[in-house]
Design a protein. Structure first.
Length: 477
């Protein structure tokens, strides 16, 4: 038998479909920094804005975030309490902070605050895709209060109310961006939140900050959570998780956690930007000066066990100030599809990450980053060439579509074999018309014919020959 992929999109973010790689490798691609999406410069915002949530909702894009201002030299620590703010956009690139008139701040409600007060910390909403969802709870959210998660609902995404007079999840640490979503593939709600994992990992390091999960068919009632598993390993402590079903292939979970690393006060720590301010932060708590955070990437096919890339997805980068601090590079929750600024280019994916966090004399910013669609990981081969052989696959459809990129002299060819590895007549490597260029949806042909209908429903293997090429995803249509 084979893996039944039907006509769904499959990404090469893991080895699930791969039997063998020869001269090729799986390569993670880091997103490219673009412009600043939001400057956190309002009096009610501050230098510790975080836990950004973004999603498209019809013709608009919505954004929610925690606003807070702190001062490490101030014994009170917080210059003002946490509030929850809202922004929106028509294109996912240019964002506005609407005056909502909902919450008063220093005598005026002319602001974009939607919530304040207890049980609203780290507020993280989503649009509920459950077909049985009540109209007044199309939007739902969880927020922290008293070391627990509380449930919220809204009919418009702006005005929110508690759904229950007691918390819905209590087993965890929660001082992070904790989240819930409706899993349309498995017809259940899934939550991810932070806990403090006891014991040590396989390398002898303290487990510490980590991620827990649970599922339910009732948003207000949850079983005991489980710890995530990681392959080949977690590499470091994790703060946020940023996990969601990938919007083009929702059977795959993509995660964008924040990695927390504290190497102490080494010579390299002393060489990082703004040493004097780093030492000022350390007077409040030592790790506020020595620890650093950056963005990671991981995927899962069951929501519990994740393939974790050990390298940084978003590095702190080459800035000479407001950089390489604990609190930076927290990735927002959500992926948006946006237009490319390059004329004639295809659409791309946008993700978001904060910078200049918890500085005294700089405005914190949320920066947008972009990748090609499906472009997290590719099967990559250099010009000398390489090959990918899939496991036996069962598909529906009549043609094979590739998302790929090659150099001018590069290319990709595809051979179709039966499950035993015997080449199917008419679909040999020599029969395949070489694919080259850069395309999100290129149809493969053999002697100018794309027709695979005679092979649908039976196990086949695909053998790819690549040179100076990246193969991101495949789909039978």
């Amino acid at each position: 038998m084979g893996i039944d992929i039907g006509s769904r999109l499959e990404l090469f973010v893991d080895d699930y479909l791969i039997d063998r790689l020869d001269g090729a490798e799986l390569r993670m691609h880091q997103p490219s920094p673009q412009g600043v999406a939001l400057r956190l410069d309002e009096p009610w915002e501050g230098n510790s804005c975080n836990y950004f949530t973004v999603f498209q909702d019809g013709d608009i894009y919505r954004m929610y975030y925690r606003a807070l201002d702190i001062d490490f030299s101030n014994k009170e620590y917080m210059n003002h309490p946490e509030v929850i703010c809202y922004a929106e956009s028509r294109d996912g690139v240019n964002w506005e902070k609407p005056s909502l008139g909902l919450v008063e701040y220093e005598g005026s409600s002319d602001n974009n605050i939607i919530l304040d007060g207890p049980r609203t910390e780290s507020f993280t909403p989503f649009r509920d895709g459950n077909p049985a969802c009540e109209p007044d709870a199309i939007y739902k959210a969880v927020a922290v209060g008293g070391r627990a998660l509380w449930a919220y609902k809204s009919a418009d995404g702006i005005r929110w109310s508690l759904m229950k007079d007691e918390p819905i999840i209590t087993d965890g640490k929660f001082d992070s961006q904790n989240l819930v979503f409706w899993d349309s593939v498995r017809d259940e709600y899934r939550e991810y939140h932070r806990g403090f994992r006891p014991g040590k990992d396989g390398r002898g390091n303290s487990n510490g900050r980590d991620i827990m999960t649970a599922t339910t068919d009732n948003f207000l009632e949850w079983p005991a959570p489980e710890w995530l598993g990681y392959s080949p390993g977690r590499v470091s402590e994790l703060y946020t998780n940023g996990i969601l079903p990938y919007y083009r292939a929702p059977h795959i979970f993509a995660g964008f956690p924040t990695r927390y690393v504290d190497r102490g006060w080494t010579e390299s720590t002393l060489a990082l930007p703004q040493l004097e301010y780093r030492r000022t932060r350390a007077t409040w708590i030592d790790r506020a000066g020595s620890a650093i955070t950056d963005g990671m990437f991981m995927t899962s096919r069951d929501g519990l066990n994740f393939d974790m890339w050990p390298e940084s997805f978003i590095r702190p980068g080459l800035r000479l100030r407001d950089n390489w601090f604990y609190g930076d590079n927290y990735q927002g929750w959500g992926i948006l599809e946006t237009d490319s600024p390059i004329e004639g280019a295809d659409r791309e994916m946008s993700v978001f990450s904060n910078e200049a966090a918890e500085q005294l004399d700089s405005v914190e910013r949320l920066r947008r980053y972009t990748l090609r669609i499906d472009g997290f990981v590719s099967v990559n081969a250099r010009m000398v060439g390489g090959e990918l052989l899939t496991k036996p696959l069962i598909f529906d459809g009549t043609e094979l579509v590739l998302n790929f990129s090659t150099g001018a002299a590069g290319g990709i060819q595809v051979e179709v074999q039966d499950e035993r590895g015997i080449i199917i007549d008419g679909y040999s490597m020599d029969d395949c018309d070489e694919v080259w260029g850069d395309d999100l949806r290129r149809v493969v042909t053999w002697k100018k014919s794309a027709d695979l209908s005679a092979l649908a429903g039976q196990p086949v293997r695909l053998r790819f020959r690549l040179k100076d090429a990246d193969l991101y995803s495949i789909q039978f249509k």
